[in-house]
Design a binder for this molecule. Sequence first.
Ligand SMILES: Nc1ncnc2c1ncn2[C@@H]1O[C@H](COP(=O)(O)OP(=O)(O)OP(=O)(O)O)[C@@H](O)[C@H]1O
Length: 270
Amino acid sequence: MIEFRSVTKQFPDGTVAVDDFDLVIPPRQTTVLVGSSGCGKTTLLRMINRMIDPSSGSILIDGEDTAKLAPVQLRRRIGYVMQNSGLLPHRKVVDNVATVPLLNGVPKGEARERALELLDTVGLDRSLATKYPRQLSGGQQQRVGVARGLAADPNILLMDEPFGAVDPIVRAELQRETIRLQQELGKTVVFVTHDIDEAFLLGHQVVILQKGGHIAQLGSPAEILANPADDFVATFVGADRGKRALRIQRVDGRDVVVDQNGTPTGVLQP
Ligand SMILES: Nc1ncnc2c1ncn2[C@@H]1O[C@H](COP(=O)(O)OP(=O)(O)OP(=O)(O)O)[C@@H](O)[C@H]1O
C-alpha cells in the first residue's frame, strides 16, 4: 500500500505543483492518476520513488516513511516506465532490461537470462534482444521499457504516460497487455495519463485531478461514470457533452463501457 499524507510540493520558483494531497493506493491493483496538463500527475508519481522530494507531508510504502529510505535503493525496488521508453540508445535491448538487476548485484549471466524471460513476459520475441532501441518500433520500445521496469521484480510499477507517443492501434494493444501483466504478476501499478478512456480501462481506482493535485473525484470507473461528483468531472468524463457519453452496460457478466452509439470501448477491470 502507498499512502500520501498531506503532501505538498512547491518548486524553487514558487510553483505549487501539489497542495496538501492525501491518497491511499491499494496494493496489487491499478490506480490511475488522470487530469489535464500541469495538474501535478508526474510530480505525484515521482514523489513515490523520490525522484522528487515533497516539500512537506509524507509518503509511506507499506507503512514505511520513504523519507527515511535511501532514494537510490528505493528507486531500484520500484519499477518506472516513462513515455518514449527512456531506453539507453547505445545499449542493446537485453542490456537495457538487465541494467537494474546488474546494479543490484545480480551476476551478469543470471541478469541476461532474466532479461530474456522478461521479453517473453511482455510479448517480445527473444530475437530482438541483441538489437538496439532505434531498430525497434515505438510499440516494441515501450514493451522493452515495461520489461525494464519489471526487471528487479518490484512490487510497485510506476507508469508515466507510457503509451502517449504510440499510434492508437498499438496503444490499445499495449493497454490490454498492461491489464494482463498486472493481473498475472499482481503488481501495484500507479499509472499517469491525461486520457480518461485509458484511465477507465486500466484503473481499478481512478483519481481525477485538478490543478495543484486537487482530487476532483476518486472511485472505481463504474462509480465515477454513474455519479460524477460535479460539473468538472461530468465534463471531463464527457458525460454531459454527448461527445463520448460513456455508460456502462452489463454483457455476459462483465461491465462493458459503451459510447453513445452503443459501441463497446472497453471492459472494466473486475
Ligand atoms: N522542476 C519544476 N520547477 C518548477 N515548476 C515545475 C517543475 N516541474 C513541474 N512544475 C510545474 O508543476 C506543475 C505540475 O507539473 P506536472 O509535470 O506534475 O504536471 P502533469 O499533470 O504531469 O502535466 P503533464 O501532463 O503536462 O506532464 C506545472 O505547473 C508545472 O509547470
